[in-house]
Write a protein that binds this ligand. Sequence first.
Ligand code: PMP
Length: 449
Amino acid sequence: MKDDNFLREMNAKHLWHPMGHPGEARENAPRIIKGAEGVEIIDIDGHRAVDAVGGLWCVNLGYSNDAVKQAISDQLWELPYYSAFAGTSNPTAIEASYAVQEFFAEDGMVRSFFTSGGSDSVDTALRLARQYHRLRGEPTRTKFLSLKKGYHGTHFGGASVNGNNRFRINYEPLLPGCYHLPSPYTYRNPFDTIDPEMLARKIAAAAVDEIEFQDPSTIAAFIMEPIQGAGGVIVPDASFMKLMREVCDKYGILMISDEVITGFGRTGDWSGARHWGVKPDMMTCAKGITSGYFPVGAVMIGETVADVFENSGPEGAIWHGYTYSAHPVGAAAVVACLSETLRLDTKTNAAARGQQLYDGVCDLAAKHDIIGDVRGGHGLMTGIEIVSDRDAKTPMDAATMKRIHQTAYESGAMVRLGGHNILMSPPLTITEAEVNQIITALDKGFAAA
Ligand code: PMP
């Protein structure tokens, strides 16, 4: 094993990190995580912390699931790779496609298209949406609608429907024909309403207005996260996704539910759309599909879309796919992970522990004035918005956020910063005592602000 300082030096010299400045590792060495156990991560100094981020919203089963590890290892020896481009398949991919469909059968999903991650899944779904309309004889339907504050990955398609301009501005021009509606974000919104139900109605009305303005016959799909994750854990009113479904139905627009975070139990249900009582036309998945143990994503396809493709002529061929689509090792991870997810009934624990985490953070809000807004209460996704002035809702400065983060980490919990928000999505297997450890660590972090 290399000496720790040598590792830090090599990191600064050679490794560019996603979502950060290339020079940052020189000024500010990253924490180097060398191991993990249960829901805890262990850094190279031997410090342990409960991973309140779940890797990156993905390690749903925690870090010690032997069944998934064994399945990956076994598959490596059986068949480490073969392509699934039309003409060949592999037994594990077939099993995985069935397993994931069974998982989302209640959401109306009947087919699976595998990818290498969430951004791939989003771009795949956007392309399929355009092709679907072409196949139906409406090739003018090429535009996309999405929500501000939404996060849909970093490929050009996903970035174009992303609703946070940090991920867009350096990479413009993006895809033309992408329009953004306000986020169901009660704490700050252009309608100046704090009533979530009213806000839901206003956004649905804004959607109708935009669609009419664009002309409905030009819009292919609307994509949304059932709960916006990276945008700050923004939980819409229970009516919101249903209202948007009605708008999509009225204008013949496909609804894509981006379930990259919310799929597989995180919201306390097996999908975020199901949590809100909605059946989308397609679902984009990744993360929890393998608990992060192997990079896999999937687009789940509902009956309406599947029928059009499967009953089409040669123009229905999908000239799109990835070298690692339906990768056998990834597929083995999917089969084992979904089986473990069901066996452990992780959604039930997510609901109970999510409520505990949300309630605990609400209690902290009574104690610390810097907490402007607490969002969550629907499974294990919790967001805390930190402000320097509660009345003026002034976003907290970066140095203070960093201090909160560092103190929480030293006190036993790794949380994630998204600007002046603290984002949490711990493994769905977390215990009551471990949730308490997160709350105590945050308490210390806020005291150090
Ligand atoms: N969609 C959503 C809702 C996400 O949260 C993410 C990743 N955080 C993505 C898409 C992109 O996934 P990936 O990073 O695996 O490409």
